[in-house]
Design a protein around this ligand. Structure first.
Ligand code: NAP
Length: 175
């Protein structure tokens, strides 16, 4: 499946060719969600080099490419996952936390240090129909220096990056 789409048209950036390019720092198409997160981090004006970044989630579509992008910007990157022993021990040390898990409000205020940048990729629908992220947004407002809402945060950026990749694919096709 991963190789069903030609790498030059792979606007999701999931083809092994594009994954490899991202890994060596020569990206063609960057997966849309992590690309959107990088745009948001750039908008904060915070230099990423030397920062401690903790990503919760190691999926191929979010966690791993997110780690590569932050690594290439000079951040010190830790990837946490379901087998991580003490999640809070890692997230509390982070200058930047990216939550991409799919567990409603997994990260509470006690798991993030004051002033951290918190990016919530998670989308979870509760039994009452409400949409929430992986982060306890209300509890972290005022503690985090920056925090993204769910909905209306990373999701629209993902769509915007998909459009950008699609335009790029069209341009590559004309070359
Ligand atoms: P996924 O493939 O299910 O990966 C989830 C990751 O979270 C896995 O690496 C898993 O660890 C880890 N995990 C699960 N429970 C954990 C826990 N208790 N503590 C620490 N780590 C835990 O999900 P995904 O595709 O990356 O998506 C993650 C979330 O982001 C979902 O809510 C999805 O809907 C959302 N999402 C949003 C956008 C957007 O545009 N906003 C885009 C994509 C995804 P293991 O690897 O050990 O199982």
């Amino acid at each position: 499946m991963l190789e069903a789409v030609a790498p030059q048209k792979d606007v999701d950036g999931f083809h092994p060719d594009n994954v490899g390019r991202l890994t060596i720092g020569a990206p063609r198409f960057v997966p849309c969600t992590p690309a959107g997160v990088m745009e948001m981090l750039a908008a904060t004006g915070i230099a990423l080099a030397g920062r401690d970044a903790v990503i919760v989630g190691r999926s191929n579509i979010v966690g791993k490419p997110m780690a590569m992008l932050l690594l290439h910007q000079g951040a010190t990157v830790t990837i946490c996952h379901s087998r991580t022993r003490d999640l809070g021990d890692h997230t509390r040390r982070a200058d930047i936390v990216v939550a991409a898990v799919g567990r409603p409000q997994l990260l509470g205020a006690d798991m993030v240090k004051p002033g951290a940048v918190v990016i919530d990729v998670g989308i979870n629908r509760l039994s009452d129909g409400k949409l929430v992220g992986d982060v306890a947004f209300d509890a972290l407002l005022g503690k985090a220096s920056h925090i993204t809402p769910v909905p209306g945060g990373v999701g629209p950026m993902t769509v915007a990056m998909l459009m950008a990749n699609t335009v790029r694919a069209a341009e590559l096709g004309q070359a």
